[in-house]
Design a protein around this ligand. Sequence first.
Ligand code: ZN
Length: 192
Amino acid sequence: MVLASSRIWKTHEKIGFGNPSLTPVISIVDPKLMLSVPAKYTAYQGFDALFHHTEVMMSKGINLLSEAIALSAIKSIAEYLPRAVRNGQDLEAREHVAYGSTMAGITMQLTSTTAQHSMEHAMSAYHPSLPHGAGLILISKAFAEFFIEKKACDQQFIKMAQAMGIENAKKPEDFITALIQLQEACGVADLK
Ligand SMILES: [Zn+2]
């Protein structure tokens, strides 16, 4: 274990690991414990949860259950994250974002995150001061645009745009519009 971790420090690898024993028997998800999270980190974490779901939606491993949960969570995060960022004491907003975040762990298990997460892990492995959520936000537009350009999963992007508030979304590019609007509403549209 020590050998493995020293190698990882040298090679800047940030790799995932999993084991059934890591699955909690019970989780206490209490939004009251989140009231003191600063606005910036509320936004970063909220977008991390959002991208767990958007990556699941873009994955070939999508299934009926993971899609239903992902769309419900995307809707909650898109609607309530700007409120939680603006006013950290807004318990109703915190609760909805906590729901989206908790479900991010569920959909990730039912399907999986995809390359956006893998790319960000390399970024924050080389730059440990880069918060995971901020790194994901930085590459999110280009990442989605790549898949839209390839026409990889047009319908999935349309469904996500609708869940994010563009009810009459008809084209995959509407997802980009919804994504940028959400980033602007949370004050993270121009991270550098
Ligand atoms: Zn993540």
